[in-house]
Design a protein around this ligand. Structure first.
Ligand code: FE
Ligand code: FE
Ligand code: ZN
Length: 277
């Protein structure tokens, strides 16, 4: 079964996202746990959550991949920004338990000239501060394009963060195809080799979700500009190989391509046509 979806708006609540997902042929989706510009999150309506749960069960959805606000920077140079990131993530993880056993993905952040070592230390400290043994949510570190001081640009950096976290069983990785390509990993010509590297450095058992995007920039550009499937440098054929790869094909795939809902519906249908069970 291909689990595929896109980002949906949480503004009308959980049930609305479930319905919209079904309408566009999706059987997973991503959503921001709070307004990306910061601010407080909405109160959880448990009736709304249970209506979503029945939509998910009836339509045999895969795991959902919630996304932390982009504005969180756990490895900032400013103390207030670090503590805001910590409070937001701790609060998000409490909220995630209203839809248990799903994924919560975040960007490791920008070290802001403090250096990679300090970045690794601060990110792992944040995780050690917020992860709880009883949580059912798996927290995913996203592979990043490495623009400026962005952390998570290499598998080694993600490994070094994970190594310093106590509750490692609560951690996984979300593999963003645009970001790894921009980071210099040639998934178009050597997907097997890239996944072998991932396995050797991090371990494929940590790979829990994929952000499926084409890239507007050539290999190693460190830019992070997403393109529609088949309209970028990675190309449709390579992305079809991604969804069909034995190490990946059962994971949830989230499209973050520049599309409206009709565009997502078309991309989902296209990928389903090119997926073999
Ligand atoms: Fe992301
Ligand atoms: Fe992404
Ligand atoms: Zn991106």
């Amino acid at each position: 079964m291909l689990y595929i979806g896109c980002h949906l708006s949480y503004s009308k609540g959980y049930e609305a996202m479930g319905k919209q997902a079904v309408e566009i042929g999706a059987n997973t989706f991503a959503f921001f746990t709070r307004n990306p510009r910061g601010g407080s999150a909405k109160a959880i309506d448990s009736a709304d959550v249970s209506r979503l749960e029945s939509i998910l069960a009836e339509n045999r959805f895969g795991k959902l991949v919630a996304h932390a606000a982009y504005t969180m920077n756990p490895c900032a140079a400013d103390h207030n920004i670090i503590s805001f990131a910590r409070r937001s993530m701790a609060d998000d993880l409490v909220r995630m338990e209203s839809v248990p056993h799903n994924y919560y993905n975040f960007h490791p952040g920008y070290h802001m000239k403090q250096g990679v070592e300090t970045g690794i230390k601060l990110i792992s400290e944040q995780l050690n501060g917020v992860l709880k043994p009883e949580q059912t949510t798996t927290v995913l570190l996203e592979t990043m394009a490495g623009k400026g001081s962005e952390m998570g640009r290499s598998f080694e950096e993600l490994r070094d963060i994970i190594e310093r976290v106590e509750l490692k069983d609560k951690l996984g990785v979300c593999f963003d195809t645009c970001h790894v390509w921009d980071g210099g990993y040639n998934i178009a010509d050597n997907l097997d080799g890239v996944l072998e590297d991932f396995d050797r450095i991090i371990g494929l058992e940590r790979l829990k979700a994929v952000h499926l995007n084409d890239s507007l920039n050539p290999l190693g550009a460190h830019k992070d500009r997403h393109a529609k499937i088949g309209e970028g440098y990675i190309g449709a054929d390579a992305l079809i190989r991604v969804i069909n790869h034995p190490a990946l094909k059962h994971l949830p795939f989230i499209l973050e391509t520049p599309n409206d809902m009709q565009g997502y519906k078309n991309e989902i249908a296209f990928l389903r046509r090119n997926y073999s069970e």
